[in-house]
Write a new protein. Structure first.
Length: 90
């Protein structure tokens, strides 16, 4: 999805509505008879990801393709540590 496509998609909705990332599997895991906000992330950040020249050359040599910059939409997932390890327990 390009930035333009994302903007077009979001422009279908009222400007003042909240935008969240929804992890429906986490929400389903915590499902009960009561509504839950588990898996709903509203603290969203964006970041442009671009490799430096050395990383680009490495990727071209190893994978035979030249990586292009892209935009990441990120959120803090409390299921994992800062090192990417799955945290045990609920």
């Amino acid at each position: 999805m390009t930035v333009k496509e994302l903007i077009t998609e979001l422009s279908k909705y009222p400007e003042n509505e909240d935008v969240c990332i929804f992890d429906w599997r986490k929400n389903l895991h915590h499902a009960s008879e009561e509504p839950s906000s588990e898996g709903v992330y509203s603290d969203i950040k964006t970041e442009r990801v671009a490799l430096d020249r050395e990383e680009i050359e490495y990727t071209k040599d190893v994978y035979g393709t030249e990586p292009k910059p892209w935009i990441a939409i990120t959120f803090e997932n409390d299921d994992y540590s800062d090192d990417g390890e799955l945290l045990v327990g609920d």
